[in-house]
Design a protein around this ligand. Structure first.
Ligand code: SF4
Ligand code: SF4
Length: 459
């Protein structure tokens, strides 16, 4: 008789009197009543069961078909090695983050850029020469290629609109020099400096706008303040109105901080009903040693809040897209593994105000990974060692993650957070890990709740 065992990728979830056996790589879920659990566990422990009910037999067969039960000599690490060629990608950059400026008119309490800037750091604006060189480099890398997702240029800061004249110069340069380029353009802004003139130019150059807004006044002004401590809420809302008047439909980027995480319900209601937002993303506060350290209680509250908001969205606002959860829902439904969550893992390069090229905007203050320059005509991030290392980071290349039920839906979060917390991008991003695990369980039971007839359910 062949000896068998529960696959290391098979995880059991319980809810009420229901059990779900779930394969973390195949993303296959099998539901059954807990009355069959004892028999099943005896079978898994002994490899046979003399008196076995018809239903338990069915469960065992389904589990075998879906490799949730494997032969006793199945080797998890050897199996993961076979997946490495699929998971270890080479860099193929298609996103360029332009740091238009190191200067910001706000002093948001949780800002990870500000939190990383040293006191002797010389703040600068990007010059027209640097933005031209950056665009040339981006075009040199992307124009000859075809990508599944459209290439994108992200205008970032500081507050990018503090250097509007150079941003406008870049948009004009791109349109004139590369009229054939099919590139998304995205501005990340606090919206407080918007004018009709700027909004019209953004519309003309088809720039998507993501506004950082944290909810109604009490939530927004808890952190998003001017240097004098005054809240920026009214100015941000005015920015929204200016964009809409110009025919731009902004998306929202919303940080749920310790101060606001308990008010998630109020925040989503306000964003959708008062601000008429259709697309948004919830963010948690990034790890900055001098500012925000890892706090398990907050991370759990953040994960619960995002899931609670998703429940509300599904019930009341099904037209609304929330990036963080929708990405996971799509991955789960389509059974498409999220190899890496961060575009820095092979798809992105960032350009500093002075033209240095690195991976992640979160290192702008320290310039970690910023080892090259757009002024170097020979520099190619796709063949650079640091970019090559980042491109291979995925839960599928991190043995710490192999036993995790969220392996296929996680993506591994933010390598910078992992590095800041543990000194290496190869460690887990602990804050994200809380969320990814809770989201996995939510996906399993949400699908059962919404589609009981579509799932594999042995009654
Ligand atoms: S490492 Fe983190 S902060 Fe940097 S680009 Fe990736 S997700 Fe964003
Ligand atoms: S980072 Fe955490 S949640 Fe994601 S796969 Fe690894 S262990 Fe699982």
């Amino acid at each position: 008789m062949t000896k068998i065992k529960q696959s290391p990728f098979c995880h059991f979830f319980k809810k009420g009197d229901m059990i779900c056996a779930y394969h973390a790589i195949r993303m296959k879920a099998l539901y059954f009543n807990q009355k069959y659990e004892e028999e099943l566990q005896r079978y898994l422990a002994n490899g046979e069961e003399k008196k076995i009910s018809k239903r338990t037999k069915e469960i065992i067969e389904k589990m075998q078909q879906n490799q949730m039960i494997v032969s006793d000599n199945f080797d998890k690490n050897a199996y993961m090695q076979t997946l490495l060629p699929l998971m270890k990608k080479k860099p193929n950059v298609r996103v360029m983050v332009l740091h238009m400026t190191d200067i910001c008119n706000l002093r948001c309490r949780y800002c990870f850029i500000e939190g990383n800037i040293q006191s002797d750091y010389k703040r600068k604006n990007m010059t027209p020469e640097v933005i031209e060189k950056a665009i040339d480099k981006f075009m040199q890398l992307t124009l000859p290629k075809k990508f599944k997702k459209k290439p994108a240029i992200v205008f970032y800061g500081g507050e990018a609109l503090m250097n509007w004249s150079v941003m406008l110069h870049g948009l004009q340069y791109l349109a004139e020099q590369y009229p054939q380029a099919d590139v998304d353009k995205v501005l990340i802004t606090n919206a407080t400096l918007l004018t009709d003139e700027i909004a019209h130019a953004l519309k003309k150059y088809k720039v998507g706008v993501s506004v950082s807004i944290d909810g109604p006044k009490n939530c927004h002004d808890a952190n998003r303040i001017y240097r004098d401590g005054k809240g920026s809420f009214e100015d941000a809302v005015r920015g929204f109105e200016i964009l809409r008047k110009a025919g731009i439909e902004p998306s929202a980027s919303c940080v749920m901080s310790k101060e606001t995480v308990e008010q998630a319900e109020e925040v989503i209601q306000w964003l959708v009903e008062k601000m008429h937002i259709n697309a948004l993303g919830f963010n948690h506060v990034s790890i900055v040693p001098s500012l925000n350290y890892y706090d398990e209680k907050y991370e759990n509250a953040f994960a619960d809040a995002v899931l609670k908001v998703q429940d509300i969205i599904q019930k009341k606002y099904p037209h609304v897209y929330e990036r963080r959860m929708n990405q996971k829902i799509n991955c789960y439904i389509d059974k498409q593994i999220i190899r890496a969550d961060c575009t820095g893992c092979g798809e992105q390069f960032s350009v500093s105000t002075t033209g240095e090229v690195g991976i992640c905007q979160g290192y702008m203050g320290s310039r970690k990974t910023f080892n090259n320059s757009v002024l170097d005509p020979d520099f190619n991030p796709n063949t650079d060692e640091v970019f090559m290392e980042w491109a291979t980071r995925s839960p599928f290349t991190m043995p710490e993650c192999y036993d995790c039920a969220a392996l296929a839906t996680c993506g591994g979060g933010c390598p910078r957070n992992a590095d800041v917390l543990s000194g290496s991008i190869w460690k887990r991003d602990l804050p994200f890990c809380h969320f990814a695990k809770k989201a996995q369980e939510w996906l399993i039971w949400k699908q059962f709740e919404l589609e009981p007839e579509q799932v594999d359910y042995i009654r």
